[in-house]
Design a protein. Structure first.
Lengths: 508, 122
């Protein structure tokens, strides 16, 4: 691991992403502004045409950015360096995580091409905010410094607060945006307070230095303060990944936000925040006998999350709320892998693999909901899905794949991810935890399979209306890409496992 | 050891004395209020003896908010220019190019805000 102040080869992906944002901003700035008012038909203002163009710009731009990330990431993968005075890591296997995040953004853009048309949302604002959030997420997983972590976390979250409330004149969107903003600000406060405690006791903001100078064997006042600091940092990040005592915003925000936004924030924010949790907590090695305390904390919160998420998801009638509780439960599974405090590199590998696989399967589930949207009516409740398989067999099949994967059934990627997690639990001799988590994934099987049952075996209560014909093509592309990833990664997981291991090596 | 805290004790005593004196003099010399309901201004949240001229719960135009946001941008720009201006000579050409890139990004944001009529006061 070398320290270099700056080398553009390692940062070319991020630079191209910033360039894309600037270019799109300039394009949008020099066009005639369009103000969308309530109940004006979007055709009359030319919004539809503009939205289509914006989707093309954003989609093609993001694909170019992804190619640049891939080419330069591959070229620099042999070397692991730290840039900008210990601010960012670069090189190594990290590019696979960045590619996964950009993949999530591309899928979200493909879905949004339809969503912005059916809901008459000005698309370019929407894509710019999405790209800013992506830039934050990409920076967050590379951050080496607590201040950069905070900055990137805010850069990732603040555009999402705006995106959640972007649908004007919708009380539901406004409510969830305010809720998310307030709780997000609250959690940022926790994170900052924790960082300041850690800075006060260790005198450094660089994650590695802080971790190395922690000493809990002599439990004096400074060890006490740094333990509080670590716990506050954990709380701040647990809000973002929605572990259980800090989960309350999740269902409301997921329900109120536009479906592609929900899809993006449920996967990208979760993966990026988990990468930071792993970076801080997985490399803590100086606990001595207090090692088991942090293990216990992770086990307690994650097990609570698994139990709560899966039990509450059982009674949900709204599919988006059900997926929100299921995403809480999945955060619990990812957190569980942190509990066994040995073989850490493999636990990190398991979590990163799960996070990347979760991107594919969750995007697929939300993508089907985007596909089935009508202008006047969201497709959200189980009632809306009744008997949908007869009229839209393709969409129903995609939803079935997503549900099988989320439930953790082979041959989907969710199965491999869960197996990795449980192997880590068993290797850490946490048999009871593993059994409880396994039992609750059986509970989860009920509500995932219930969606398939409703789609294929129930008669629709009223006749199923036709879906909007706006931009169905991009949604199909995103659905097929996501389904392809779910199945291919489920059948052939070893390349991704290898990449995840290379990424995991960088976190230590 | 404890006597070095004597000034603190004195301070507490003087503060209590002053506050008590002011309250006591007010009660002794001020106008007596036999009937509290004769003084409606006594019951308002911010009491200063006279009735409020107007409610301060008025609605403020959203444009002030936009101006405030843009002010933050200007402010940050100025703040970040100071350290560069001090070290600019030693940073040389690369520092100059970097500050130009920074200013370019800010300009993009301003042009965006201007074209979106954020500064249009009508």
């Amino acid at each position: 691991m070398n320290e270099i102040f700056f080398d553009p080869n390692f940062m070319m992906g991020e630079i191209s992403l910033v360039a894309l944002i600037v270019i799109l901003t300039i394009i949008e700035a020099f066009r005639r502004p369009i103000f969308v008012l309530l109940n004006t038909p979007s055709n009359s203002t030319g919004l539809d045409r503009r939205n289509k163009q914006a989707s093309w710009f954003a989609g093609i731009g993001l694909i170019i950015v992804a190619v640049i990330f891939y080419v330069f990431g591959k070229a620099t993968a042999g070397e692991h360096i730290i840039l900008l005075n210990n601010s960012l890591t670069a090189g190594g296997g990290m590019y696979i995580g960045k590619l996964a995040l950009i993949g999530a953004a591309i899928l979200a853009v493909l879905m949004s091409a339809r969503y912005t048309l059916t809901q008459s949302i000005p698309a370019m604002d929407y894509y710019l905010l999405l790209l800013f959030s992506l830039l934050g997420a990409v920076t967050l997983i590379a951050a080496e410094n607590f201040l950069i972590i905070f900055l990137a976390l805010e850069m990732m979250s603040i555009p999402i607060y705006a995106l959640v409330g972007l649908k004007k004149f919708s009380t539901r969107a406004g409510e969830s945006a305010i809720k998310y903003l307030l709780l997000g600000g609250f959690s940022s406060g926790f994170l900052l307070l924790g960082i300041s405690f850690l800075y006060g006791t260790t005198g450094s903001l660089i994650v590695k230095d802080v971790i190395q100078s922690l000493n809990f064997i002599v439990f004096d006042a400074s060890a006490f303060l740094s333990a509080i600091g670590l716990i506050f940092v954990f709380i701040g990040l647990a809000f973002k990944v929605s572990l259980v005592p800090f989960h309350a915003w999740t269902p409301d925000v997921y329900e109120g936000a536009g479906t592609p936004i929900t899809a993006f924030m449920s996967v990208a924010v979760k993966l990026a925040a988990f990468a930071v949790i792993l970076k801080i907590f997985a490399s803590i090695d100086t606990f001595g006998e207090f090692d088991s305390v942090f293990s216990l904390i992770f086990m307690f919160f994650s097990l609570l999350t698994v139990i709560y998420g899966n039990s509450v998801a059982l009674v949900q009638q709204n599919v988006k709320r059900m997926l929100a509780y299921s995403s809480i439960a999945h955060a619990g599974y990812m957190g569980l892998a942190l509990a066994p405090m040995h073989h850490k590199i493999h636990t990190v590998q398991a979590v990163l693999f799960y996070g990347i696989g979760y991107i594919a399967m969750n995007m697929l589930a939300f993508g089907v909901l985007v596909y089935l949207t009508r202008k006047e009516k969201y497709c959200e409740t189980l009632n809306d899905l009744k008997g949908i398989a007869r009229k839209y067999p393709g969409a129903a099949a995609m939803m079935a794949i997503a549900m099988f994967s989320l439930a953790g059934l082979p041959p989907a990627v969710g199965f491999v991810g869960k197996v990795q997690i449980f192997i880590q639990l068993l290797e850490g001799h946490m048999y009871i935890t593993a059994v409880i988590a396994l039992l609750f994934s059986l509970v989860a099987l009920y509500f995932y399979i219930n969606v398939i049952v409703v789609m294929y075996m129930r008669e629709p209560e009223t006749e199923i209306t036709n879906i909007d014909k706006h931009s169905v093509g991009p949604v199909w592309i995103s659905l097929s890409l996501a389904a392809l990833f779910v199945l291919v990664l489920g059948i052939l997981p070893s390349p991704l496992l290898k990449w995840a291991l290379k990424w995991a090596e960088m976190l230590f | 050891m404890t006597e070095q805290y004597l000034p603190v004790l004195l301070m507490i005593l003087i503060a209590a004395l002053t506050a008590g004196l002011i309250l006591a003099l007010n009660a002794l010399l001020g106008p007596k209020q036999k009937h509290r309901k004769d003084f409606p201004s006594k019951r308002t949240p911010f009491e200063c003896g006279s009735d409020l001229l107007q409610d301060n719960n008025r609605r403020v135009s959203i444009r002030f908010y936009l101006i405030a946001l843009l002010f933050v941008l200007f402010d940050l720009e100025a703040i970040l220019l100071y350290p560069w201006a001090i070290t600019g000579r030693s940073l040389g050409t690369i520092g100059y190019i970097e500050i130009l890139i920074f200013l370019f990004f800010l300009m993009v944001a301003f042009v965006f805000a201007y074209r979106r009529k954020a500064l249009d006061w009508r």
